[in-house]
Design a protein around this ligand. Structure first.
Ligand code: MN
Length: 312
């Protein structure tokens, strides 16, 4: 890191009154198809950042052929899924009839609302790299019972700063406004540096944020970002100076703190144990929709044992 210009910690304008910072270690888990992924949210110490309630960093992994990622038909309620790839391609099919491939730079935003079923299968050939992120947004009360919908956006707003390229795929970052239809004040962005560079991200002071290092090296005013952590930054920051090594890639998420007390279980975001029990039963009884013609079995909901956890 010595060749990097670190933002000046002692001269940091936020240093005198630094917002809360918290390092949330990622944990390894496995996707359908067997790919190992790093899960950042939910975390036992922080279940949501803004409305973001789930964050998986998938790969980078070498594809062994189509369906290295193979997640069979499964339901969602009460959330939006946000899929953003760095490398490779994934085929999405859903119970609304959508069937398409997503590639880097494109966004899949699936609004589950009252219920949707989808499958995800990588299509990259053997030897290709699979690398991306899937995130979930909790839907607020007024929106969570809406009919399901799906948006595939080919091109998202971006700008350059120094050797960095900033893509805003959800919500707003400074003057960049994503056209994706979200339902809460939030940001989701990717920052990529083709060469060593410094930049300052404009932040909304009312937002809390999370910063995830995907590749490379990143200095922030609090120190050096570790690839094994999601760095939480509390509300109150209006800018974030960063120093990036060549080839670095970051995800920034954030939003107004989500005040509703959500219950997250399996693929469902709800408000109570009773709603989870109902949604699980609805899925098992085929009431959340299906994927006609899908050539693999649907996922069975895990057994519901004990009480599911609510609250942040
Ligand atoms: Mn899903």
């Amino acid at each position: 890191m010595s060749e990097l210009l670190a933002p000046q910690l002692l001269d940091c304008p936020h240093h005198q009154n630094c917002p809360e910072q918290q390092s949330l270690p990622l944990r390894a888990t496995t996707l359908g198809g067997g790919l190992t992924i790093a899960r950042a949210l939910p975390h036992r110490d922080r279940r949501l950042i803004g409305p973001w309630c789930f964050l998986d960093h998938m790969g980078p992994a070498l594809s062994t052929g189509p369906r290295t990622i193979n997640v069979g038909p499964h339901p969602h309620i009460g959330l939006q899924t946000v899929t953003w790839l760095f490398e490779g391609a994934i085929r999405h099919r859903d119970s609304l009839g959508n069937d398409l491939e997503i590639r880097p730079g494109q966004l899949n935003l699936m609004t589950a609302g009252r219920g949707i079923v989808h499958s995800e299968q990588s299509t990259s050939p053997a030897g290709a790299i699979l690398h991306g992120a899937q995130l979930w947004l909790a839907l607020p009360e007024a929106e969570r019972h809406q009919p399901p919908r799906f948006e595939h956006i080919e091109s998202l707003p971006q700008r350059r700063e120094g050797a960095a390229r900033i893509h805003c795929f959800a919500g707003r970052l400074g003057e960049l406004q994503s056209q994706a239809r979200c339902h809460w004040p939030l940001v989701g962005a990717e920052i990529q540096a083709s060469d060593k560079t410094t930049l300052t991200l404009p932040l909304d002071g009312g937002f809390e944020h999370g910063l995830l290092l995907i590749d490379g090296q990143c200095h922030h005013p609090g120190g050096q970002l570790d690839k094994a952590e999601l760095l939480y930054l509390g509300p109150g920051l209006t800018e974030l100076p960063l120093a990036l090594a060549a080839g670095s890639r970051l995800l920034l998420i954030g939003g107004i703190p989500f005040e509703e007390d959500v219950v997250i279980w399996w693929n469902f975001v709800a408000r109570s144990q009773a709603e989870i029990v109902q949604a699980r039963d609805d899925w098992q009884q085929g009431r959340l929709g299906d994927l006609p013609g899908h050539d693999g079995p649907p996922l069975a909901a895990p057994p519901l044992t004990g009480r599911v956890k609510g609250g942040r």
